[in-house]
Design a protein around this ligand. Structure first.
Ligand code: PLP
Length: 396
């Protein structure tokens, strides 16, 4: 009998929004203050400083009261002009949506790649840029961690590819499901605009998004001719320089962001990335023991944030997800557009630990059985063994 008011905790294991930790909920649970007063000003100055550390940048990070889609638009409209060409790599559903947005706002987006199982290919990007001797291509746009597939592209290698082609294109990177989960370096990798969102590695509810910018991107915004107002960087940058915002900020979300930055920096970014990588490895150990297929076909590109799993031919991933939700109060990520019904995704990012992962994998294994998906048992056990052997107290 299915329980309409299940007791215990819901397992929100979609690849974002992620579980919001109590520390962040408590931080947000305060009265909204005057965003033109001294208390807000001190808080904003602190946040705008500490959020840079999460992007590994010394450059400004702009915070919008919007979902990630807004920050995609901001990246495009601040740096480009109508009719400009950009190069995008079709890693999956989210890269496709970003392209659709570019098309809608009058930018010519050229799509490369496209089997949804492999990362962007730096050599192919370099070759395409070398052909573009007239420098028609104004930007290269990459989704760092493609949330629909669990495939990570090598942003640093793409930067080097642009440089070795001696091409002046800007590099725009979507880190919506990698920031605060998978190593990402805005400055060291020479990224011009980094797009991010609040609801994944930052452990916040949805509602904030970000543009980390480079000097080159800010210079491009001075000559860019796309129509923009709300998304304009110039007023944001001018106000933020003194700890203010040009319009009413999402004050309570900023309380949460302040706490999220503190939490990530207290744990240490390297430890945060290692924690995610370990949980991803444990998840893959389970998938391999189940004898199911990981969608990502390149082990070097496996995601630390999520794992997308392919169901055997003739089995419906959404039916499996329904069984997991109805029986075990476990939400798993659905397959999107091209892979709808074919894959399901396990999110293992954000505020997460070994036993939460084991609850998740146990739920998946039981759901596989109930949904009669052909698999071998023992996936949860394989993950358990891996977690035990790599626990801090284990003798390595
Ligand atoms: N890009 C990636 C990689 C995403 O994962 C998402 C959302 O999941 C988006 C863009 C869109 O962000 P939002 O839904 O916050 O607008």
């Amino acid at each position: 009998r299915l329980n309409s008011h299940p007791s215990g905790r819901h397992f929100l294991q979609i690849p974002g929004p992620t579980n919001v930790p109590d520390r962040i909920l408590r931080a947000m649970d305060h009265p909204t203050i005057d965003h033109r007063g001294p208390e807000f000003n001190a808080l904003a100055k602190k946040i705008l400083r500490s959020v840079r550390q999460i992007f590994q940048t010394k450059q400004p990070v702009i915070v919008f009261p919007a979902s990630g889609t807004g920050a995609w638009e901001a990246a495009l409209v601040n740096t480009l002009s109508p009719g400009d060409t950009v190069l995008m790599w079709e890693t999956g559903h989210f890269a496709s949506l970003w392209k659709k947005m570019a098309d809608k706002i009058g930018i010519k987006a050229e799509f490369m790649g496209g089997d949804w199982r492999k990362p962007a290919d730096p050599a192919a990007i370099e070759a395409r840029l070398k052909e573009d001797t007239g420098h028609t291509i104004k930007a290269v746009c990459i989704v760092h961690n493609e949330t629909s597939t669990g495939v990570v592209s090598d942003v640093n290698a793409i930067r080097r590819a642009i440089d070795s082609a001696r091409h002046p294109a800007l590099l725009l990177v979507d880190t919506i499901s990698s920031l605060g989960s998978i190593d990402y370096r805005h400055d060291a990798w020479g990224v011009d605009v980094t797009v991010a969102g609040s609801q994944k590695g930052l452990m916040l509810p949805p509602g904030l998004s970000f543009n980390a910018v480079s000097e080159k991107a800010v210079a491009a915004s001075k000559t860019s001719k796309m129509t923009r107002s709300f998304w304009s960087w110039d007023e944001m940058l001018a106000s933020n320089a003194n700890g203010w915002f040009p319009y009413t900020p999402a004050t309570n979300m900023l309380y949460g962001l302040n706490e999220a930055c503190d939490m990530l920096l207290e744990e240490g970014l390297d430890a945060v990335f290692a924690r995610h990588a370990r949980h991803a490895e444990a998840t893959r150990a389970a998938v391999k023991a189940w004898d199911l297929e990981i969608l990502c076909s390149d082990p070097k590109a496996y995601s630390g944030s999520l794992t997308a799993i392919v169901l055997p031919e003739g089995h419906d991933a959404d039916a499996l997800r329904k069984v997991a939700l109805e029986n075990f109060n476990l939400s798993l990520g659905q397959g999107l557009s091209k892979v709808a019904g074919k894959v399901f995704r396990i999110g293992h990012l954000g505020d997460f630990n070994d036993l939460m992962l084991m609850g998740t994998l146990s739920g998946v294994e039981m759901a596989l059985g109930l949904a009669k998906v052909p698999h071998k048992s023992g996936g949860a056990q394989a993950a358990l063994t891996y977690l035990r052997d790599t626990a801090p107290g284990a003798a390595h």
